[in-house]
Design a protein around this ligand. Structure first.
Ligand code: PGA
Length: 243
């Protein structure tokens, strides 16, 4: 694994946007695996800025998102489809036919998981997967568990994740309890993986995940085994690690 230490959130966002941008320039019809959360917002803003200046073209780019809550419709401002529309889809020339995100409203979530895994297969896999890291070490919504799940599946969110996400909802009772997420295997099959992390709040989990043994109780730790994994993190997020 490669660790790129950056100054702050802005520096992280810009460097990660550079990596995504290089991918799009080198392979205009690439498949990008995208993430939601507070961490990638600055990166998306940077990509939109470069698109506006004519430096980036998304016309042929295909995207697959990591995850989606079960039971939140697209018009709910906490759904991940809503997030992606707001921060990226509506601001660049991505073809709506080329963007993919699990449908959390499918009445048969298991069938939705199979449909989504097939989409990724049919696209020929992911060229570059962007990841954040949850406070409990989750990637996508692969929560700490006794095993690593290979494929797209339905997960019960842990109390820690529900707690972390409740700030976005009126009341903790409104936070969805389940999500559909790409599996750890789906993520690990991406040709290239870039994780972004910032802030001192992430320092303990970054240390757990990347300076210790691989352990499904810290799902992100498996990324140590990926042949092309880069962590772009600011000084605060790396403050507990020897880099
Ligand atoms: P965050 O979430 O970017 O809001 O910290 C990261 C994650 O849960 O993957």
């Amino acid at each position: 694994m490669r660790i790129i230490k950056v100054r702050d959130y802005q520096d992280m966002s810009r460097k990660a946007a550079n990596v995504l941008s290089a991918q799009i320039i080198l392979k205009p019809n690439c498949v990008l695996g995208l993430a939601t959360g507070s961490t990638p917002i600055g990166l998306y803003d940077q990509l939109v800025d470069w698109y506006g200046k004519g430096d980036l073209d998304f016309a042929l780019v295909k995207t697959v998102n990591l995850d989606e809550y079960v039971g939140l419709p697209a018009y709910n401002d906490q759904s991940y489809i809503y997030f992606m529309e707001k921060h990226l889809y509506s601001r660049v020339n991505l073809d709506p036919q080329n963007v993919n995100i699990p449908n959390g409203m499918n009445a048969d979530p298991q069938a939705e998981c199979r449909r989504y895994e097939k989409i990724i297969d049919d696209l020929g896999g992911i060229d570059l997967q962007l990841l954040g890291i949850g406070n409990n070490g989750h990637i996508g919504f692969n929560e700490p568990d006794n095993i690593f799940y290979r494929k797209t599946h339905v997960v019960d969110l842990t109390e820690s994740t529900i707690e972390a996400n409740k700030r976005f909802f009126e009341d903790v009772s409104m936070v969805p309890r389940q999500a559909i997420t790409m599996g750890v295997g789906t993520i690990m099959q991406a040709k290239k993986i870039v994780m972004i992390a910032n802030g001192e709040g992430k320092a303990p989990i970054v240390k757990e995940a990347f300076s210790k043994e691989i352990n499904p109780l810290i799902p992100a730790s498996i990324l140590q085994l990926h042949p092309d994994f880069t962590l772009i993190a600011d000084e605060a997020a790396l403050s507990l690690m020897d880099v």
